[in-house]
Design a binder for this molecule. Sequence first.
Ligand code: ADP
Length: 339
Amino acid sequence: MAAPILAVRGLSVRYRSKDGETYALDEVSLELAPGGITAVVGESGCGKSTLALAIVGLLPDAAEVLGGTVEYRGRDLLTLPESELRSIRGRRIAVIFQDPVAGLNPVLTVGDQVAEILTAHLRMSRREARRRAVDVLEHVGLPDPERIARAYPFQLSGGMCQRVMIAIATALDPEILIADEPTSALDVTVQAQILREIERLRRERGMAVLLITHDFGVVAQMADEVSVMYAGRIVERGRVDTLMKRPRHPYAYALLSTLPGANRPDRPLPSIPGSPPELSERAVHCPFVPRCWKALARCRTEPPPHFAHAGPGHEVACYNPVWHGDDASSSASQSSGER
Ligand code: ADP
């Protein structure tokens, strides 16, 4: 991959609350290629949103970064003063979240909210910003942008609000867009439109996108690279086509087998039994063991495995990965499975 535009290395985050501690991220590493779409996929509670928030410095007070770096253009965002971070966030790195309505200010018109971003970051009069806001709204495919600029968020549908959020996020031409479950709150047709919009912006503006989702269907449609996350750890990563064709980690395999139309005779289940662990302690062994049908004795007794080669541009952290009948080097896969 070309030199990454963003590199997360060894990031660990813990939440503290009156109920105890949650180890939400455990040594997470991830790279974003310029102009590429990298997906992070995993069930709810695996740490995906924590990762997005940590990257842009928006973790709540209850969170503590235990270690790691987030490198952007040679600087570690985790060590930047808030003022510098604020100007990078918004201008260079933009974020959109799952609930667009919550992300918008209910008492300001949509046009004023877009204009506010423009005047805050660019030298532009309010009048000029209001005019530009209409162009910005038009650019994300909103019909009748002048009317929408005058509307309040509650007057718009969820899909339209998400387009407005995308318009606000991308108004300043960021290099990176972090999209945390951007379509999960929307119905299927609108979901597809919003994903197409993100893809178009990436193509036209060369934005790199970090796409966070629980849905491998979205990954297949959008991403070039994917990292599969489980219990605060990345357990497998690779190119989307390769990983989806030959998932190696039992968790990735099981997640993929829940996709409609998946034909995975090894595990023909509609959902993965059990649920992700509580994360109240740092994982001492592989956290997937209680749900894993391939677990070996060492999975229960040894520290979680490091990444190992699983194919070209494809790595897995598993002592006993899944291998596939059509693997070109099935014997090699077998022996790596018995590491
Ligand atoms: P995902 O985005 O994959 O659903 P999250 O990053 O939201 O996962 O959550 C990861 C873990 O951190 C979960 O166990 C969740 O309960 C916990 N968590 C998230 N936010 C907080 C918080 N503000 N305080 C305490 N625990 C939290």
